[in-house]
Write a protein that binds this ligand. Sequence first.
Ligand SMILES: Nc1nc2c(c(=O)[nH]1)N[C@H]1C(S)=C(S)[C@@H](COP(=O)(O)O)O[C@H]1N2
Ligand SMILES: [Mo]
Length: 420
Amino acid sequence: MTDTTKKGTTRRGFLAGAAAGGALAATAARAGGPDPLITEVQPWAQSLGDGVDATPYGMPIHFESHVVRRNVEWLTADTISSVNFTPIHELDGTITPQGCAFERHHAGAIELAKPDWRLMIHGLVERPLVFTYDDLIRFPRENHTYFLECAANGGMEWAGAQLNGCQFTHGMIHNMEYTGIPLRTLLAEAGVKPEGKWVLMEGADASSMSRSIPIGKALDDVLVAFKANGEALRKEHGYPVRLVVPGWEGNMWVKWLRRVEVGDQPWEHREETSKYTDTMADGRSRRWTWEMDAKSIITSPSPQAPITHGPGPTVISGLAWSGRGSIREVHVSLDGGKNWQQARLSGASHDKALHRFYFEFDWNGSELLLQSRAVDSTGYVQPTKEQLRSFRGVNSVYHNNGIHTWWVKTNGEAENVEIS
Ligand SMILES: Nc1nc2c(c(=O)[nH]1)N[C@H]1C(S)=C(S)[C@@H](COP(=O)(O)O)O[C@H]1N2
Ligand SMILES: [Mo]
């Protein structure tokens, strides 16, 4: 094949033209001769592919088998009362597929069939009620997209940089479109008595996960959800029914929901006293911290997603979210917070849901101290870790929403660091 005779119509001509444009320089550099991937008939074009009955329910193609939840062995004594992390460094857009959305169980993920599921509403109500799954789905439904963030997301980073990858530092989060019945609809069916000011939400697993929620939130946007991203909840996320508590810490999103009790005061159960409370510098703990403050993280480049293409056009990508509303702006710094530039938000902007941001720039190959900073719709600005510690000390585990830093080296590798 001669590829120089008719410039502009041949492959070499095309690549030379592209190289002049800059963006395809890396591809053009390989243009020593004909590319067999283009010029030769490949195996996948010499035989037929799979039939439509080969995969009744599809899994990701095996080339993507590294895009999975991962756990950190030393973090918990066993894998039953434990957590794994969403591979946020590999995902894009805003929706988290259920198959790789992080899991947090206190007594393992249980198997509870729809016919065996019951939801009880009792306590300070006019009519104590029990719903079956078939009862539940006869109420009017709503669809909403929300993030769930475990309050402990980033907990290991309070004292300093520790885990090398955003999957581990920020991966206790997922974002799904839920189909469910507003809790207020079910409470109205039971008739909350005037003295009913709190609800206790309890799960059916052996942990008896239970949390107190003020009636105002329960009657606002809380959902009793049975689908996520269009399909049934996965077992790991509470099949057949879980609670969705928009913007509030993940622990309150009770899975395998079985009981709603209406009361006149909070129950002060384990998960809202000895756990999921924030210990301050003086050793005393904050009683409640329900809302998740605005936060952001650059997912690429990051330690698990280095820059592999060398200097030139580079895409920075990341996630931002707020438990108080939507994300108004995200700023990106290349120099550890000295200078900030506006990132570009792309995709859906739902209240209390993940937002995707991008920042495109021409990397000159020098070291970077990458940071991102979210501003939410209330005007709240994500704090630095220093600011956070000045208020909260270093005894905390939960609710670390400090600005995070990746040190990008000249070879494109990134490392979790903290700068002061
Ligand atoms: N019944 C029950 N609900 C539960 C839990 C649990 O162990 N049991 N864990 C809670 C915690 S701490 C979190 S962060 C979220 C995690 O939800 P996910 O596993 O869908 O990510 O569920 C919450 N709901
Ligand atoms: Mo959690």
